[in-house]
Design a protein. Structure first.
Length: 502
């Protein structure tokens, strides 16, 4: 309180800001000019701090690739476990794409390309997703990226791509069944088409068997090694197809529509694989004939390349030591001499001859032998086709490593310009790995009766799901979800189709 003669009044303690404002007024400055900027700075500071805290907490709780968050303390699966899942999904997605493409062929033959275009587009989309997944897997196997966090991200990407491929096929499976009218049984025309294709394959298989015998005599056993036994395997698939076609007709006559469809699809799958096996023999015969005609020109082109190397010497290869260049040229000379001797001494493998010529010349090639790229492409395309045919007809046992290498070989071959030598090498590695997988897998069906009926081959070829040739459901158009529903008790599939239609 003040002590004076005036009325007593309370003393109000000035707030610092008010005091500052009063001082500012005394200096001729407006208080609003300072308070507003200070408030803005304070709010910005609070927001920045809050954002920092949130980012820190999110980083501490993030334990999965792709930005997914899980509560702190949740166990992270070992990288090997995630890797194994990615491998399994690659195999599953690849099987779904291959099977869908096969059944699509039967539908197109009956209804035409325009009617099946939505489903063909789904197969193309799924194949594109799968191709991207295989590319990521190849890079992963090559050690890229290196750190564990990035490798987890890569595996997550592979899983996502495979799941999207399967989802795309599953989304069209019910519509595809409606197109084929397989919801309640075998429609008119479907069984007849399958039987007609079966009869055509029976005749082609007999011709392929005779062709193989002739190729073995003309070029030697090593030249036909990639298709040895294919005629017998084709006949095995056709035996199985015969049984299932008969069962399809019998069950259809009895009014058991669901059972008839299962037998029809199994027969179609076996017929499609017989066609692949026969086509591999036919393609090899054509490639051997083409290679035989090309070998002399390839030898001439290779000699022209060597002559250019010797004329230009080191000037054409500034980054290659002279001694190494001389050694490479000398090695190429030896290869060409060996091929020329084979040509004059008896049966030889012309595709292998072209492979050796192109590989020997590649390190010193300067572009003078225009025929050599043609020869390399012929060899690479044959190797890729052979590996693809083997994987297709043995997919019940082939793992992800062989499929990944095959996909990479296909990518390199389709590149612009194509890398024929690398594609050829990868395709042959894929073929070797796939063959090894089949040997390790062994015989899934030990009974003699199953072998006599072709059921064992159907299981190995992935035509039937599981290892039971009697109860195993046939594969069909669609993704993993469709497969799971097909594997349920017969009679539920039509319910699934109606469920999807709704």
């Amino acid at each position: 309180m003040t002590i004076n003669t005036d009325m007593p009044v309370p003393v109000t303690r000035a707030h610092p800001a008010a005091a500052s404002a009063a001082s500012a007024q005394q200096d001729g400055t407006s208080a609003a000019d300072l308070v507003l900027p200070l408030a803005v700075v304070a709010v910005a500071g609070v927001l920045a701090g809050y954002g920092y805290v949130r980012r820190t907490r999110r980083a501490r709780t993030r334990t999965t690739p792709g930005g997914a968050t899980v509560p702190a303390g949740t166990a992270v699966p070992p990288l090997s476990e995630v890797d194994e899942r990615a491998r399994a999904l690659l195999v599953e997605a690849d099987d779904c794409v291959r099977t869908s493409r096969e059944e699509l062929g039967f539908a197109e033959a009956r209804f035409g390309a325009e009617a099946v275009e939505p489903f063909a587009r789904a197969v193309r989309d799924a194949a594109s997703e799968l191709s991207a997944a295989f590319r990521m897997r190849q890079q992963y196997d090559d050690g890229v990226p290196e750190d564990e966090t990035s490798r987890r991200h890569t595996l997550a990407g592979i899983v996502g791509r495979c799941q999207e491929a399967g989802r795309r096929l599953d989304a069209e499976a019910a519509g595809f069944d409606r197109l084929r009218a397989l919801g309640q049984g075998c429609p008119d025309g479907a069984l007849e088409l399958a039987e007609a294709r079966f009869r055509e394959l029976t005749g082609r298989t007999a011709v392929a068997e005779a062709t193989l015998a002739d190729l073995g005599k003309r070029y030697g056993s090593p030249a036909i090694g990639t298709v040895t036994g294919y005629a017998e395997q084709a006949k095995d698939r056709l035996v199985f197809a015969t049984t299932r076609l008969n069962q399809a007709r019998q069950t259809a006559d009895l009014g058991e529509g669901e059972g008839a469809v299962r037998h029809l699809r199994a027969a179609e799958g076996a017929t499609a694989q017989a066609a692949v096996l026969v086509s591999c023999v036919e393609r090899l015969a054509a490639d051997l004939r083409a290679a035989t005609a090309l070998v002399p020109a390839a030898l001439t082109g290779a000699e022209a390349e060597l002559a250019g190397v010797r004329a230009a010497r080191a000037s054409a290869f500034p980054d290659l030591p002279a001694g190494e260049l001389h050694a490479l040229a000398a090695h190429a000379d030896l290869v060409l001499a060996a091929v020329r001797e084979e040509l004059s001494s008896g049966p030889y493998d012309p595709l292998d001859a072209l492979r050796r010529i192109t590989r020997a010349i590649a390190p010193v090639a300067v572009g003078r032998g225009g025929v050599l790229p043609v020869a390399a492409l012929l060899v690479a395309r044959g190797a890729v086709a052979a590996a693809d045919g083997f994987v297709t007809t043995h997919r019940g046992a082939v793992g992800s490593a062989a499929r990944t290498m095959l996909a990479e070989a296909e990518r390199l071959l389709a590149a612009e310009p194509p890398d024929a030598l690398a594609a050829d090498a990868l395709a042959r590695q894929a073929h070797g790995l796939a063959t090894q997988d089949v040997r390790v897998h062994g015989n899934p069906v030990a009974g003699a009766a199953e072998h006599a009926s072709g059921a064992a081959g159907a299981v190995l070829g992935g035509i039937l799901l599981g290892s039971d040739p009697d109860d195993g459901p046939p594969v069909s158009f669609g993704g993993p979800h469709t497969r799971a529903r097909r594997a349920e008790v017969p009679g539920q599939n039509s319910g699934w189709a109606s469920e999807q239609a709704q």
